[in-house]
Write a protein that binds this ligand. Structure first.
Ligand SMILES: Nc1ncnc2c1ncn2[C@@H]1O[C@H](COP(=O)(O)OP(=O)(O)OP(=O)(O)O)[C@@H](O)[C@H]1O
Length: 278
């Protein structure tokens, strides 16, 4: 909503301030092996505006996770360009990407041999520019920001619930204060209460930190509670990127099955419940 978007626009300085957060042009992704040539994306375009929560939906294997990894610079597209805040991802390098983009991986991906605090602090430690005291303080701030008590700092990942693991992974994704947050199935595997709590946390962080969020989710509740726009991947492209109500009205077999099949009733209820999303 406008109130959530205003701080992001106002706070972003520099010449690229007016431009989009992410711009993807003519993207092609091909995986080749001796057995096959798999074209995942072909001539795909997508623009992510500042301050929005854009959700990516699509059938299995349509390349949603690959697209997130490409935005983060972990995978290189076969052709095409991805710019984040006006700069080509291929030129950002690891440090440049880390200061602009935080990513929450699907399974939390914590280091099992590290404590909670060491996990959160890991990206800062890698920079090798801050003292241990400053790193600890910064990690403690993030721990609190994701709703965890200071006592959890010295716990090991094996001692945490699924919901707590997601929160720790989120704290780590935010440790460098990135303007862009990528979420891969943020509520997958959580029980309904933990899922609701995590969605509420994401909504308040998006608002308070003026974040731009790109999220992959199959969960309709998460989708409708958080998304300002939905981008649909089908036929190797983004076939529509628009407000939830406009996506549902778009005629395409995937959209019909995803939103208007057996799950459709719930989709309609959610649309009534969250007409403006965030
Ligand atoms: N490194 C790789 N080498 C070969 N094929 C790959 C590689 N990474 C992904 N793929 C293939 O690319 C396709 C897209 O994968 P991706 O994980 O992005 O799909 P997705 O849309 O996230 O699917 P899902 O909703 O099932 O998680 C899949 O067919 C996958 O097997």
């Amino acid at each position: 909503m406008a109130t959530a978007l205003a701080p992001a626009a106002a706070a972003a300085p520099g010449p690229a301030a007016a431009g989009p957060m992410v711009e993807i042009r003519k993207l092609q992704t091909v995986f080749t092996s001796p057995e096959r040539r798999l074209v995942v994306h072909d001539d795909l375009d997508l623009t992510v505006r500042r301050g929005e929560v854009l959700s990516l939906v699509g059938g299995s294997g349509t390349g949603k996770t690959v697209l997130l990894r490409q935005i983060l610079g972990l995978e290189k597209p076969s052709m095409g360009e991805i710019h984040v805040l006006g700069q080509s991802v291929s030129e950002l390098g690891r440090k440049g990407a880390a200061s602009r983009i935080g990513m929450l991986f699907q399974h939390g991906a914590l280091f099992s041999a590290f404590s909670v605090l060491e996990n959160i602090a890991f990206p800062l430690r890698e920079l090798k520019t801050l003292t241990p005291t400053l790193i600890r303080e910064a990690a403690m701030v993030k721990l609190q920001m994701v709703g965890l008590k200071p006592e959890v700092a010295d716990s090991m990942p094996a001692d945490l619930s699924g919901g707590m693991i997601k929160r720790v992974a989120l704290a780590r994704a935010l440790i460098m204060d990135p303007p862009l947050l990528l979420l891969d199935e943020p509520t997958a595997g959580l029980d309904p209460d933990s899922s609701d709590g995590f969605v509420t946390l994401l909504r308040s962080l998006h608002r308070d930190l003026a974040l731009t969020v790109v999220m992959v989710t199959h969960d309709l509740d998460t989708l409708f509670e958080l998304s300002t726009r939905i981008a649909v991947l089908a036929d190797k492209k983004v076939i529509i990127a628009a407000a939830p109500k406009d996506v549902i009205a778009f005629t395409h077999p995937f959209i019909r099955d995803f939103f208007l099949g057996p799950r459709g009733q719930r989709a309609m209820e959610l649309l009534r419940e969250y007409p403006f999303a965030i």
